[in-house]
Design a protein around this ligand. Structure first.
Ligand code: HGY
Ligand code: MN
Ligand code: MN
Length: 412
C-alpha cells in the first residue's frame, strides 16, 4: 500500500474520532438532521474539504457537496458519499466513514497528482437515518430529484417543520429543485456492513449486490385511560396491553419468514401520560419492516395490519396505522458490482458479494443513476450502537479498494 494512501487512511480514522465531538447529546453520539451538532459537523467537514483544495458548500437541503475536476473541466462525475447524521447513541462509523472516505479518495488522487476522465463529486448527506423527521433519505432524494415538496412540511417531535429547520441551518427549502444533481455518471458508497457476515468469514471487504426494501409505519392504539385500582380486568380497554400483544404479533409474523430474511422491528414505544396508577389510554409505536423482495415485504405488512386490527377488535380498542416511509429494494448496478469485485481482487482478496439488510442512500441514488456499495467489516457486526468499530487496517484496505475502483472507473 502506498505511503500516501496509508497516511490518508490514518487521518481518516482520526477524523472519524474527531467527528464524535459534534453531538446533540454528550457524551452519547447523537447527530440528527439539521441539529446544531449537524451544523458544526458540516462546518468541520467543509473545513477539511477546503484544506484539500475543494470548494465545499451546503446545498439547499442540507447536504455538503464538493467537486474534484477531471482532466477536462465539466466532465461527467462519479459521485461518492454517505451520510453524517446518526441515530441516537450511535456508533461513529455508520455513514461518517463513507462521507469522509469520499474526501479521502480525492486527497489520495491529489497526492498522486491524478486527474481522471471523470470528475469526482463528494457528498455528505444530512438525513439518511430519518430519526428526527418521519420520512428518511431527504438528502439523497433531493439529489436524485425524487423529493416531494410535502417532505418539507414534516414536523419533528417538538413540532418544528423541516422547512423552518432547514432555513435555520442555512439551507434553502424554496430552492429544493436546485439540489437536484446533473452530470452524474454513477454513485458509489463505502459503508460498514452493520452485520456479522464479513467478520464471520474473516473478510475485510464485501461487495453489495442488493439493498433490502423498507416500510416504516407509525401505530397509535386508542384505549380508555382508567384507575389502576378501581377498574376490574374484564372491563378495561388497556392501550398498552393491546399494543404489547400487537408487537408480539408483528415479531411472530416476521419470524414466520426468517428464511427469507424478512425482519420487523418496533424501535419506539410511547405511552401518553404514563403513570404507575393509570391504565394507559393511548400508546404510539413505530414499525420497521424489511425484506429483499418488495412483494414479500408488502404482504407481511398487510398481514401484520390485519392481525393488529383483530387484536384491537377483541380488546375493544382502536388502532391507527400510518405509513411514514417506503423504499423499494434496490439491485445494485452490475457494472459497479464488477468494478468493486475487480478492485477487491486487485488487493489479493477474494471478492465476497452480499446483500444489505440496512437501508442506504445508494437505494435512492440508484433510482436515477447506476449505483453500488462497498462494505467493510465491523466488529461483531454491531451498529447503531456506540460499540460499533472498525480496525485502522480495514479502513486502509477499504480506502485502497475504493480508490482503485475510482481510478479504473469509466463513465458509461
Ligand atoms: O435504517 C437503516 O437501515 C439505516 O441505518 N438508515
Ligand atoms: Mn448508514
Ligand atoms: Mn444507520
Amino acid at each position: 500500500m502506498d505511503q500516501d494512501l496509508a497516511r490518508v487512511a490514518r487521518r481518516l480514522m482520526e477524523r472519524l474520532d474527531a467527528l464524535t465531538a459534534f453531538t446533540d447529546d454528550p457524551p452519547r453520539l447523537t447527530r440528527l438532521f439539521l441539529s446544531p451538532a449537524h451544523r458544526r459537523a458540516a462546518a468541520q467537514y467543509i473545513a477539511w474539504a477546503r484544506e484539500a483544495g475543494l470548494e465545499a458548500r451546503i446545498d439547499p437541503v442540507g447536504n455538503i457537496r464538493a467537486r474534484y475536476e477531471g482532466r477536462e473541466a465539466g466532465a461527467k462525475a462519479l459521485m461518492i458519499g454517505s451520510h453524517i447524521d446518526t441515530v441516537r447513541d450511535a456508533g461513529r462509523y455508520d455513514g461518517a466513514l463513507g462521507a469522509l472516505a469520499a474526501l479521502a479518495v480525492v486527497e489520495t488522487l491529489a497526492a498522486r497528482g491524478r486527474r481522471l476522465d471523470v470528475a469526482i463529486e463528494i457528498v455528505a448527506f444530512g438525513d439518511e437515518e430519518g430519526v428526527r423527521f418521519p420520512r428518511t433519505m431527504t438528502g439523497s432524494r433531493a439529489l436524485a430529484g425524487v423529493n416531494e415538496p410535502s417532505a418539507l412540511e414534516q414536523k419533528d417531535a417538538a413540532g418544528v417543520r423541516m422547512r423552518d429547520a432547514l432555513i435555520a441551518f442555512g439551507g434553502a427549502p424554496d430552492r429544493l429543485a436546485a439540489a437536484r444533481a446533473d452530470g452524474v455518471a454513477a454513485f458509489v458508497e463505502l459503508h460498514i456492513e452493520q452485520g456479522p457476515v464479513l467478520e464471520a468469514e474473516g473478510r475485510p471487504l464485501g461487495v453489495v449486490n442488493a439493498i433490502n426494501g423498507a416500510t416504516r409505519l407509525s401505530a397509535i392504539v386508542y384505549g380508555a385511560a382508567g384507575h389502576a385500582g378501581a377498574s376490574p380486568m374484564n372491563l378495561r380497554h388497556d392501550a398498552l396491553a393491546a399494543a404489547a400483544e400487537m408487537i408480539l404479533a408483528i415479531e411472530t409474523r416476521a419470524r414466520a419468514e426468517i428464511e427469507r430474511d424478512l425482519v420487523a422491528t418496533v424501535g419506539r414505544l410511547d405511552v401518553e401520560g404514563g403513570a404507575v396508577n393509570v391504565i394507559p389510554g393511548k400508546v404510539r409505536f413505530s414499525i420497521d419492516v424489511r425484506s429483499p423482495r418488495d412483494e414479500w415485504r408488502r404482504r407481511a405488512v398487510a398481514e401484520m395490519a390485519a392481525a393488529m386490527e383483530a387484536i384491537a377488535a377483541r380488546r375493544g380498542v382502536a388502532v391507527e396505522l400510518t405509513p411514514t416511509h417506503e423504499a423499494a429494494a434496490y439491485a445494485c448496478d452490475l457494472k459497479i458490482i464488477a468494478g468493486f469485485e475487480a478492485a477487491v481482487a486487485s488487493l489479493g482478496l477474494e471478492p465476497r458479494v452480499l446483500p444489505s439488510g440496512a437501508g442506504h442512500d445508494t437505494m435512492i441514488m440508484g433510482q436515477r443513476w447506476p449505483a453500488g456499495m462497498l462494505f467493510v467489516r465491523c466488529k461483531g457486526g454491531v451498529s447503531h450502537n456506540p460499540a460499533e468499530s472498525i480496525s485502522g487496517e480495514d479502513c486502509a484496505i477499504a480506502l485502497a479498494a475504493l480508490t482503485r475502483f475510482v481510478e479504473d472507473f469509466r463513465a458509461p
